[in-house]
Design a protein around this ligand. Sequence first.
Ligand code: SAM
Ligand code: DTB
Ligand code: SF4
Length: 350
Amino acid sequence: MSATASDLRHDWNLTEVRALFEQPFNDLLFLAQTVHRRHFDANRVQVSTLLSIKTGACPEDCKYCPQSGHYNTGLDKQKLMEVQKVLEAAAEARAIGSTRFCMGAAWKHPSAKDMPYVLKMVEGVKALGLETCMTLGRLTQEQTQALADAGLDYYNHNLDTSPEFYGNIITTRTYSERLQTLAYVREAGMKICSGGILGMGESLDDRAGLLIQLANLPEHPESVPINMLVKVEGTPLAAEEDVDPFDFIRMLAVARIMMPKSHVRLSAGREQMNEQMQALAFMAGANSIFYGEKLLTTGNPQADRDMALFRRLGIKPEKRQDHADEVHQAAIEQALIEQRDSRLFYNAAL
Ligand code: SAM
Ligand code: DTB
Ligand code: SF4
C-alpha cells in the first residue's frame, strides 16, 4: 500500500490522457482499481459535511451556480452566519460521523471585516475535533497565512474545467487568479482541495485538460472533487444535457490513475445518481463523499441512506487522518448507540 515517488507524475500530456479515457470501460476500471489498491484501503471512504456560511448574492458570474447574483434562482440569501450557529452545525455533522467540516461562502473573496469571524469558525470547528475546510474565493497571501495560522487544514478552490473552456463559463475572474490562490495555499502549508464540474457542455479534451492542470501542479491536490452539474432553474446551464453516467465514471477513474495518492471525491450530483452508479464510482477509485442532506444550497442523499449503501457495499467511513482524536471517536460511538433501534443502524465508528 505504500507509494513510491515514481508513481506520482507531474508531466501528463493530452495524447496520453485521451488514450486513458478512450480505452474500453472495463480496462479503464481495472487499471483504476489496481492503482487505487496500491495506495488505499479500497473499502474505506472519507466523509465530509458541507455548510454554506454565506449564501447567494455572489458578484461572480459562474454559469453553473445558483448563488451568483447575476441570475435569478429564487434562492434564500443569507449574510455571514454567526460563529456559534456554525459550531452547532459542525457538532451535528460530527454526531452523524463526519470527519471533515467544509464551510463555503458565496464571495469573490473574503473582506477584511469578515476575516476575524471566519478565523473564529476555523478555531472552533477544529476544537470540536473535526478536520476543517473552507472555500471563500480568491485569497491574498496574508489572508491565506491567517487561515493557516488559525488551523485550517484544507482550502477548496476549484479550477472547474480546462483553461480553454473556462471563459465560456466564468468571465468575472481568470484561470491564472485561481492558480495564484492555490499557490498561496501551498506556500502556507495547507492541503489543497481542487477539482471541477462535468456537464457544462465541455468536450472530452476539456475534461482531460482539467485533470492535466491538477495533476501537473507541483504537488497533487490532496482532495479532488469531481462534481456532476446540479442543474438549477434560472442559471444559464439549467437546460444542459445530462452527462452519460459511464463518462462520469471514466472521469473518476482517470483522476484516480493520474493522482494515485489523492482522495477523489464523488461530489455534487449524487442525488441524481442511483446506487449502482455510486458503487461503480467507488470501484473506479472515488474514496470521498459529501455526507449529510445538503450540499451548499441543493440536496444531497440523507445520511442514513448513505450509511445503508455503505453497509450493503461493505464500505466503512475513514477515520480522521491524524488518528489522535479519541474524544471524537467516543462521541460518534455514543451517537450511534443512541440510534441503535434504527433499522438502518450502522456502526460508523468501526
Ligand atoms: N465562491 C467560492 C468559489 O467559487 O471559489 C466558493 C463556493 S463555490 C459554490 C464552490 C464550488 O461549488 C464551485 O467551484 C463549483 O465547482 C461548485 N458548484 C457550484 N455550483 C454547482 C452546481 N450547480 N453543480 C455542481 N457544482 C457546483
Ligand atoms: C465542491 O467541489 N463541491 C461542493 C464544495 N466543493 C464546496 C459544492 C457543491 C455545490 C453544489 C451546488 C449547491 O449546493 O449550491
Ligand atoms: Fe460565487 Fe463561488 Fe458560485 Fe462562482 S461558484 S458564483 S464564485 S459562489
